[in-house]
Design a protein around this ligand. Sequence first.
Ligand code: ATP
Ligand code: MG
Length: 424
Amino acid sequence: MTEANLAPAAKAPARLQAVRGMNDVLPDEAALWERFEGAVRRVLDLYGYRNVRAPVVEPTPLFVRAIGAATDVVEKEMYTFEDKLSGESLTLRPEATAGIVRAAIEHNLCYERGQRVWLTGPMFRHERPQKGRYRQFHQIDIEVMGAAEPLADAEVIACGWHVLQELGVADGTVLEINTLGDQASRAAYRAALVDYFTTHRDRLSEDSRHRLERNPLRILDSKDEGDRRLVADAPTIFGHLTPEAAGFFDGVLRHLDRFGVPYRKNPRIVRGLDYYSHTAFEFVTDRLGAQGTVMAGGRYDGLVEEMGGPPTPSVGWAAGVERLGLLLPQAPAAPRPVAVVPVGEAAEGPALDLLQALRRAGVVAEIGYRGNLKRRMERANRLHARVALILGEDEIARGVVQLRDLDAGTQDEVPVGEVARRLA
Ligand code: ATP
Ligand code: MG
């Protein structure tokens, strides 16, 4: 960018606005997010997940290799740009798993079996913005790395179900689950799909004709109406599973029964990303129209190795924070403060001492920066304070404050040293 680009416009200044599809979260809504994050964190702690944080920008080839070149995300949705100094191609992360895998390989985390990690933060996809679909959105992502047993899949899903229950959105949400089998099952199924869709090639959308050549399984995930009608009659993978793959899937379902997680088998679930094998699942609600998938994931046994790490069979999920937010009830009310109200200049210093003592004692407290008694009391009411602590010269001399309960309208005199204890 040149200096000229950075200079303010010479004529009428354009109104500054957020980028389309990228949202501000203002205080009322942010309170909902915080409660949400707290609930998720509590559940993930119970299951032994540890938090990781990774950069929002990664080298573009990471996503192309991990997600797959013939996917919507890589073909159409990535925010990719060139680093001005190095010329390297960089991309704003469209999902979390690739970065976690990169970090795990780079820092040798894969050698410990069964690592449980979670990550939350913004993801970026260049999609058409609509309700529940944005260009910057947020995910919560969990991964168990280095676990080949079907119990790992079931426990990951049970953890997701627990999260949804904790948030109060499990009612009206169903788990849809499928298997993509192992390599051999997948190859046999792929051949059957190519046969089927080739017979109906002329009825496929242009995108899906392209997928038929490059990645036929992706057609099952198409959102095109015509494609979906064809997909409804397509062969399912259940007829092409090797005994091992079928046994694995049975194991997952058996453990889900034990965990008490209800599910519905859905052979159309293939997931938007390329790296899955065996288990693929989505938690879907009917309350958000076409944007009904609130949490989705599966097993990715080959990915870590393909990215240059040791064999590390893994399983995980990602939840869309905004979509879950749309299902949540009203934002919680902000905590009600205690208003400290000095009367006269001489009271201002002692009022600040009291203010800080309250905060140190864990009491939400606030003070107006100026104003007489009347103004300050008006302000306390406007902030919906629960209590006003009024102190003037006389109170200071006697070491007390007037404690006015703003709901009850009562007032009594309390020694300064006892105020914090009384309000905590
Ligand atoms: P969809 O089929 O809705 O496009 P996806 O298969 O692309 O979803 P994933 O890559 O599995 O989605 O991402 C996991 C979750 O992240 C989704 O289930 C959804 O809740 C959320 N998500 C994905 N894309 C968006 C977006 N553009 N805006 C908001 N949330 C999203
Ligand atoms: Mg998508």
